[in-house]
Design a protein around this ligand. Structure first.
Ligand code: PAF
Length: 283
């Protein structure tokens, strides 16, 4: 941790990035909201493999939380987060406060249409507008060569890729495969809201989705198989389903019969205080 840097302001980060650039070094950015786990660690490790210097950002972005969501209780564990970043090969953390990111009079929105209307966008209105607002700022602030995002939030990754392309943001957007526990449960900061019995239930989620992906790839109609999966998720002990859908992996259009296109099954469901999401390739 001795050489690990913490930037609180955009100016501090930019000054250091300029020094690294002057030395001919490449920069990787790992945007996070903190509460880091092995999934984030893998993002930093991947970034450190691809880039000479890695900055992880820690900012619980208020504009991507809806009313009644977990903004106040979202884990804030900066010291432990910085240790994880450093151990994974990261060089610095950018930890701005809300007024650094959204100064008085802030009035700009960034919206990707279409891709944000379905899946998580349908039940979390405005969520992706908050994500694109903060991620566009972070990409502009850091001026990194590459930025790394987890594939667990596949829709978020698709939205960010589209935004970066549409706005000619030169940072290359990199997807990193989901990290899972030994039972296949996708790691998430929100898994911390679950007790031991709920974790057992949560572990059924990926098992059901993988079976559903297999059944669709074997010729089952996606609408039928997704309906069966929804029932199986409820039977496993989840309280409510948000969606279980099969969609094109890039354009996120609904698919009923899978032919040559690259598809994924996407699901979100509620268990206790947590809303879990996951996705799997249908192939
Ligand atoms: O995936 C997240 O943790 C957040 O949505 C992100 C990309 C850091 C933006 O706040």
């Amino acid at each position: 941790m001795t050489d690990f840097l913490t930037f609180r302001t955009v100016d501090e980060m930019r000054t250091q990035v300029a020094t690294w650039r002057a030395d001919g070094l490449t920069i990787g950015l790992v945007p996070t909201m903190g509460g880091l786990h092995s999934g984030h660690q893998k993002l930093v490790t991947r970034a450190a493999k691809k880039c000479d210097r890695v900055i992880a950002t820690i900012f619980v972005n208020p504009t991507q939380f809806g009313a009644g969501e977990d903004l106040d209780s979202y884990p804030r564990t900066e010291k432990a987060d910085c240790e994880i970043i450093a151990d994974a090969g990261g060089n610095a953390a950018f930890v701005p406060n809300v007024s650094e990111m959204y100064p008085d009079g802030f009035a700009t929105t960034v919206k990707v249409s279409g891709l944000t209307d379905m899946l998580c966008g349908a039940t979390r209105p405005g969520h992706f507008d908050g994500v694109t607002q903060v991620v566009s700022k972070l990409l502009n602030q850091a001026g990194a060569d590459m930025a790394f995002f987890g594939e667990k939030d596949w829709q978020q990754l698709a939205v960010i890729r589209r935004m970066a392309r549409d706005l000619d943001i030169p940072t290359k957007i990199m997807g990193v495969p989901t990290v899972r526990d030994d039972f296949g449960l996708a790691l998430s900061s929100r898994n911390g809201y679950l007790d031991a019995a709920q974790i057992e239930v949560a572990r059924q989620f990926n098992v059901i989705l993988r079976k559903t992906a297999y059944d669709i790839a074997s010729g089952g109609l996606a609408t039928d198989e997704c309906a069966k999966a929804g029932q199986a998720i409820l039977d496993a002990g989840f309280e409510r389903i948000d969606y279980v859908e099969c969609r094109d992996a890039h354009y996120l259009e609904l698919i009923d019969r899978v032919e040559d296109q690259e598809c994924r099954i996407f699901a979100a469901a509620y268990l206790g205080r947590a809303r879990l999401i996951d996705n799997h390739s249908v192939s």
